[in-house]
Design a protein around this ligand. Structure first.
Ligand SMILES: [Zn+2]
Ligand SMILES: [Zn+2]
Length: 463
C-alpha cells in the first residue's frame, strides 16, 4: 500500500504533470534567489483584497443596521504617503484612524505598537503608586506579599497581549522595563543604584523579555494543542512544514533543493530580519546552518490558484505532517518544559555575571523565602545585592566613595562584614569565627546574629 501511495505521489508531483502557465512561472521564479533581508514591498493579492472588501461592505446592510459612528477603518501599511482606500458603507464613507483600541490593545497603522506601549506604561505607573504606599522600607508589607500584589495588578497588565505587541522594537519595549524594575525595587526595598540582574535574581522574577518568550512559546503550544484554533493550519503549519523539509534536506544530504509555498506570510516572516518569533528564528538558524554546510536551498512562491495538480495533496500532507508531530503533545507537559527552558536561559545569563556581588552569594537562581520583618528583610536584601545607603549613597549625590575610618579602605559590604580588622573581636563574638565568606552570613538562611552584629558596630540604620 505504501508503495502504491508513493508511486502515486511521485507521479502527481513529477514535472510531466505541470501545466503550461505553471512551467513558465516556475522557470521564472527559479532564477530569483530569495534573500531573507530585503525591504522590497510585496503587493500580492492587495487588489483582490480591496475588491473583496468592497463587495463585502456593499452587502453588509443585510446584517448591520447601517452607517454608524462606531465603524472606523485602519490602514495597516508601512509605505510612506500611501493614501487610505475609500470604503463606503451604505453610501457613507468609512472614517479612517491612525490607531484604534481593539480588545484592549492599541493597534497603529504601522504596527509599531508604540501607542499601546505608551498607554500601557502610563496605566502601570499609576498602579505603581499603590505599590509605593505599601512598600515603605520600615513598616511596609513583606516582600512576598508585595510581589504578589505587583504580579496580580501590574504585571498582568503587561502580560496581556504581549504575544501580539512583543513584536515591537526592543527600544519601545524597554519603556516597560522601567515599570518592571521600579516595581521590583519597591518590593525588595533595594537601592536605586542596584544592578538590574540582581533585582531579577533576588526577587526570583525574570526580565520582561524572558517573560514574553515564555508566554509566546506557551501560547504557540497552546494553539498546537487546540484543534479548533483559527491560527492553526496557517502560518504555524507552514513554518513547521518548512522545518521538516529542511530536516529532510539535512538528513538526506540533498545539495540542491527548491521549497515551494503558496504562503506569502511565511516568506515574509522568513525574510524579516528582525523577527522575534522563536520558532521562525529556529527555522532561520537551521536554514543558515544548512547553507554553511554547502547546501543550496531556494524558496519559491507559488500562487495558490494557478491550478497546479497535486497542490491540494501537498497541502493535505503538510497538514498531516504537522498533525503527526503535534498530536502527542499534551499542553500541560509542554508548559512545564517551556518554563524549564526559559529558566535555563535565565540561569545561563546569570552564570555570566561573575562580577556581580549577589552572584557570589546566590549562584543558582531559586526562590528564597525570608521570614523577617520588613526592615530586616530590606537590610538583608541590600547587603546581598551589595548596594547599601552607607556604601553607595555617594553615587546619587556625585560624591567620592566613602572609606573606612579605621583602615582607609573603600567601604564595601564585604569590608564591613568580613574584612575590616577594627571589628574583628566583635565578629568573632557574634559569628564564632573571623574568616568566612559572605554567603555564610547572607545565604539562603541568613546568620542568626547578623542583625545584632550590624547594630553593635553601629551601621544597621545606615543600610
Ligand atoms: Zn498602504
Ligand atoms: Zn575597616
Amino acid at each position: 500500500m505504501v508503495d502504491v501511495l508513493a508511486e502515486d505521489f511521485a507521479s502527481i508531483c513529477s514535472a510531466s504533470n505541470y501545466t503550461e502557465p505553471f512551467l513558465t512561472h516556475k522557470n521564472h521564479t527559479e532564477r530569483i534567489k530569495l534573500r531573507f533581508q530585503t525591504t522590497k514591498h510585496l503587493s500580492y493579492n492587495i487588489d483582490l483584497t480591496i475588491f473583496e472588501l468592497h463587495t463585502a461592505l456593499s452587502v453588509i446592510k443585510h446584517t448591520s443596521p447601517g452607517p454608524d459612528e462606531k465603524t472606523i477603518g485602519i490602514h495597516f501599511c508601512k509605505r510612506p504617503l500611501h493614501p487610505d482606500p475609500e470604503l463606503f458603507m451604505s453610501g457613507v464613507p468609512i472614517r479612517f484612524q491612525d490607531n484604534y483600541k481593539f480588545l484592549g490593545i492599541v493597534f497603529d497603522t504601522r504596527l509599531t505598537f508604540l501607542p499601546h506601549i505608551a498607554s500601557l506604561r502610563k496605566r502601570c505607573l499609576r498602579s505603581l503608586n499603590s505599590l509605593r504606599t505599601l512598600s515603605n522600607t520600615s513598616w511596609g508589607a513583606d516582600r512576598s506579599c508585595l510581589l504578589r500584589v505587583y504580579r496580580s495588578i501590574i504585571r498582568s497588565m503587561i502580560d496581556y497581549g504581549s504575544v501580539v505587541y512583543g513584536s515591537a522594537r526592543p527600544s519601545y519595549l524597554k519603556l516597560l522595563d522601567y515599570v518592571h524594575h521600579q516595581a521590583l525595587r519597591l518590593c525588595l526595598g533595594a537601592l536605586r543604584t542596584s544592578p538590574i540582574p540582581s533585582l531579577y535574581a533576588e526577587a526570583f522574577e525574570p526580565s520582561l523579555s524572558f517573560r514574553r518568550d515564555k508566554l509566546s512559546l506557551s501560547y504557540y503550544f497552546w494553539i498546537l494543542s487546540n484543534d479548533n484554533h483559527p491560527l492553526r493550519g496557517t502560518l504555524l503549519n507552514e513554518i513547521t512544514a518548512v522545518y521538516f523539509a529542511l530536516k529532510y534536506i539535512d538528513v538526506h544530504e540533498i545539495r540542491k533543493s527548491i521549497l515551494y509555498t503558496d504562503s506569502v506570510s511565511l516568506l515574509e516572516s522568513l525574510r524579516n530580519s528582525s523577527t522575534r518569533n522563536p520558532l521562525i528564528k529556529e527555522v532561520k538558524d537551521f536554514y543558515r546552518h544548512l547553507l554553511s554546510k554547502g547546501a543550496r536551498i531556494l524558496f519559491s512562491w507559488v500562487p495558490s490558484h494557478v491550478g497546479i495538480t497535486g497542490n491540494e495533496l501537498v497541502d493535505k500532507s503538510a497538514k498531516s505532517a504537522t498533525e503527526f508531530v503535534t498530536r502527542p503533545i499534551v499542553y500541560a507537559d509542554v508548559r512545564s518544559a517551556v518554563n524549564q527552558w526559559c529558566h535555563c536561559q535565565w540561569q545561563e545569563k546569570w552564570n555570566m555575571e561573575t562580577n556581580n556581588k549577589l552572584h557570589v552569594i546566590k549562584p543558582v537562581l531559586s526562590h528564597w523565602i525570608t521570614k523577617l520583618n520588613r526592615r530586616c528583610a530590606v537590610v538583608l536584601t541590600r547587603l546581598r545585592i551589595g548596594h547599601t545607603r552607607l556604601t553607595h549613597k555617594y553615587l546619587l549625590f556625585a560624591e567620592s566613595p566613602p572609606t573606612c575610618s579605621h583602615s582607609g579602605d573603600i567601604l564595601t559590604v564585604k569590608h564591613i562584614l568580613t574584612d575590616c580588622v577594627a571589628v574583628n573581636r566583635r565578629r568573632l563574638r557574634y559569628f564564632r569565627s573571623s574568616s568566612f565568606d559572605l554567603s555564610f552570613l547572607l545565604g539562603q538562611i541568613p546568620h542568626f546574629n547578623l542583625f545584632m552584629y550590624l547594630k553593635d558596630i553601629g551601621v544597621f540604620h545606615d543600610i
